[in-house]
Design a binder for this molecule. Sequence first.
Ligand code: FES
Ligand SMILES: [Fe+2]
Length: 441
Amino acid sequence: MQVLKGRRQPSPEVRSMLEAMVDMVPQGRVPARIFNDPEVFELEQERIFGRCWVFLAHESEIPSPGDYVLRYIANNSIIVVRDEEGKVRAHLNMCRHRGNQVCKAEMGNASHFRCSYHGWTYKNTGELIGVPYWNEVYHRRLDKAEWALVPVRVETYNGLIFGNLDPDAPSLEEYLGGFQWYLDFYLKPGPNGTEVYGTPDKWVADTDWKICAENFAGDGYHTPVAHAFGFELGYFPSSARTHFEGVAVHIPGKGHAIGLGRTPGMPPFFGFPPEVVEAMQQTLTPEQVQVFSQVRTAVCTVFPNLSILLQPFSRIPGQPGVRFVTMRLWHPIGPGRIQMWSWCIVPKDAPQWYKDESYLAYTLAFGAAGMFEQDDFENWTNLTRQVKSTLARDLVFPYEMGMDLEPDPTFPGPGVAVPPYVHETNFRNMWSTWAKYMLRD
Ligand code: FES
Ligand SMILES: [Fe+2]
């Protein structure tokens, strides 16, 4: 079944902006307009979110047969469910009769979904098995096999479930294109991987998803300024002097990017409990251990809108503290507007005290009222408002930081690794990739 048809065409004005970006972005310029524009938003719904692998859920959110959660790809409500055989599936949450949502609860357990309008009933595999008055009103002629829930492609990597609306899209493995090597730092802290701690925090904010995705693709530049309190009060083991050390890596043409910040002088894998350090040394490759054991902050974006951050946070100023990992989905719900989804994930095999401390650190720093979170959203909502103005939409932003830097040929991971931690190489790759998707008919 054809799920996606690329119907929308850009106006001549937006098309020429996108075409100009092909040369402009590698030379360090990005149009301000892309960060808050109704037409750009509409085109993204089909050309970005209709084609890319979009994060749906962590497998530990639906551990048992029948467990489900409701998620989105673009404006499509999606049921992500584990069927009775244990297979993870995704369906468009829309009754095939007249389009009602067949599932209205955000999460739960169900072997079947029954539409509240006329009662069509579907198994959690998507199969239509119940049509009220099938004899009396359809005279048994309605072909139930034709009217199953619309399936959505799903694939997983180490517990992360992604969905894709494009039947012709490459596999998730090809799409990630080597970025798995970096995701392993977050997802392989032991033989049993990770699990979510609690349920996701959600809120709505007036900011463009791209601002957030860019920030998490390695904007170490803002950290000592926007989050100065973290340095000054000692919540964060870095200083304005050492903060820039490390490396930024991107996967060319894919848009995925990570910033790996280092604090010299810290012990290997500081902030993790000994059990987790030992497990990581077994599950990660020697090359991964060599790179990640030195890392203070690992902050990445899986193009387009999933970001993951691993960071130490100390409740006792001056101490290394504990690590936390947050996954965040910048889900666009309008021009310059997102619904934010934020999870804390923890090593499944870690001791309970560490999981609790890690979640507490996440909540204090990056929960809905987290200190770092407030700093970021205050800036992001403000700049999203500014770029909508009549003057701003004709301006460009400079993206020239690090244009003259050379990649490190000895770096053992995939992609292009450019030291140090802070520059804009990752962002140039991200917006070139974005323009490429947006231009493709
Ligand atoms: S809309 Fe679902 S049964 Fe009619
Ligand atoms: Fe920030």
